[in-house]
Design a protein around this ligand. Sequence first.
Ligand SMILES: CC(C)(COP(=O)(O)OP(=O)(O)OC[C@H]1O[C@@H](n2cnc3c(N)ncnc32)[C@H](O)[C@@H]1OP(=O)(O)O)[C@@H](O)C(=O)NCCC(=O)NCCS
Length: 159
Amino acid sequence: MTETEEVQKDRRTVIMSEIMTPDKVNFYGYIHGGYILQLLDRVAYACAARYSGKNTVTLSVDQVFFKEPIYVGELVIFYANVNFVGSTSMEIGIRVVAENLFTSQSRHTNTCYFTMVAVDEKGKPTKVPSLELRNELEKRRFQAGIIRRENRLKMRKTK
Ligand SMILES: CC(C)(COP(=O)(O)OP(=O)(O)OC[C@H]1O[C@@H](n2cnc3c(N)ncnc32)[C@H](O)[C@@H]1OP(=O)(O)O)[C@@H](O)C(=O)NCCC(=O)NCCS
């Protein structure tokens, strides 16, 4: 099986790329953070819907830091993965890489975590398939997802 076929077959991952065009810049000339957030939300949806086979909505997104600017002309690649699955919710981790098309140099600009909830036709949470953990990396990601989820739930209680 080719690498592309393997990625397509693995329904817990999505890779999406987008070229950064001049109409998406902020007043300083970097790519708008809001535009990147929109793309992140889109890829999180695609990943969660693809894995669960259900309609999903965004419940939360953990703090997103833009520690590095993204420039016009760069190819931004979003690597999304289902890290953790609860009963109706899924944590999607997204690694963002910006690549200079001419030099092929790439930079990891940020990583963030979306919580997506599968919903039925009435908009109520509905069960998703449990996540089979096939190797050490998946087990580590799942455990880290549990800890982040506990922190989110704690924050909900304190609000
Ligand atoms: C997402 C939504 C369907 C959840 O409905 P709800 O009645 O609050 O759902 P529940 O309390 O049953 O929780 C559903 C899941 O989310 C999880 N969850 C809820 N609040 C959470 C929080 N603060 N942190 C982490 N997980 C949370 C629950 O643990 C549960 O997961 P599990 O089934 O895997 O254990 C509902 O809040 C909604 O429709 N929100 C709007 C979504 C939307 O429009 N998003 C776009 C933003 S404009």
